[in-house]
Design a protein around this ligand. Sequence first.
Ligand SMILES: [Mn+2]
Length: 394
Amino acid sequence: MRFIHTADLHLDSPFLGLTAMPTSLWERVHSSTFTAFQKIVDDAINLRVDFVLISGDIYDRDQQSIAATDFFTQQCERLNRARIPVYLLYGNHDYHVVHGTDSLPANVYVFGNQVTTTVLTLANHETVAISGFSYDQRWIERDQVKDYPQKGNTVWHIGMLHGAVQQSTANHYAPFTISELASKNYDYWALGHIHKHQLLAQNPPIVYSGNPQGRHKNESGQHGYYLVESHGKKLVPHFKAVAGIEWSTVNVTAIPTANLTEFERSLSQQIAAKAKKTPFQLIALTIEGSNHLPSAFRHLLANGDVLEHLQTQNKANNNWWIYDLLIHQQSSLPSMTDLDADYWQQAAKEVFTPARIAELTKSLAREADLADKLATLDLEQLKQATTQLLRRED
Ligand SMILES: [Mn+2]
């Protein structure tokens, strides 16, 4: 048996905040969630897998774009023509009350809002039970795993679940424990929700596939899917990268030079040496040691001119795009007077409090997932970024 486990396609993610990008690159970035899933479907067909599992968050928003639904239906139709069944459930981003197959092709099995189990018979007559459920609301706070049956008479049993390991507080996404999953005696757990691919356990594999395409800087590194194959009585997952765009950070050293052109050339050379060659890199450039630069250079770094020059010179580059430039905090900023510094510290203490962030979170909670992002915000990082921004206004 051989199957594909994917999740969190987040089709039609908006990729906000990438400005100044050449149109052709922007189009490539904007279509990358589509391209990544298309590659998965290509692989499914070329590798003749027995079936494809999609563990939730197929769409980025509960109000899906027509472009996204049309595209997804077409890709399922390709799998249908290749006689490859698809098993899917909806997660916290695309939650809704499921009616039948949601007008998808006949090869697609859509899990309803209660845990159900369906059994597939493979060409070699082996039986595979697959259990799962779809979200009907953004938050599912009740542990759903107790509704999943124990493994029965089938040769294989796979659990599909969009959820997160139970924490001490804020369990909004079908919380579970690893031992609880293991106790079902299944052969594989195909998880969705966490976007970083990882195995929570080996035996049996309890696996987050991650999203096939990172959508922002916090989703850096490789993204793809798991190809799962039977080896005797075990199911073994192999990670396959498909993302066409990778978010990364590159650290470079500010080397004092005679003029700005040389300075920028030295930055470009360091990036060329350090950036991964493939796939295409969206780079946040971190500059170290800028306190050794002449003040005119430091000013051009801080006010965004250097970033703009690097972007302009780099327009035709096929390997990377620098979307942000960060000056390493240590002694890299123009000095404030002691009085200013005192006021800043005092204001920062009052402004960046968990209570204030929580208040802001509430007022913005209608934005899907924003509440979660803000809840996990790194206060120190926010403070640093804000400091840098404020000091650009000189
Ligand atoms: Mn997701």
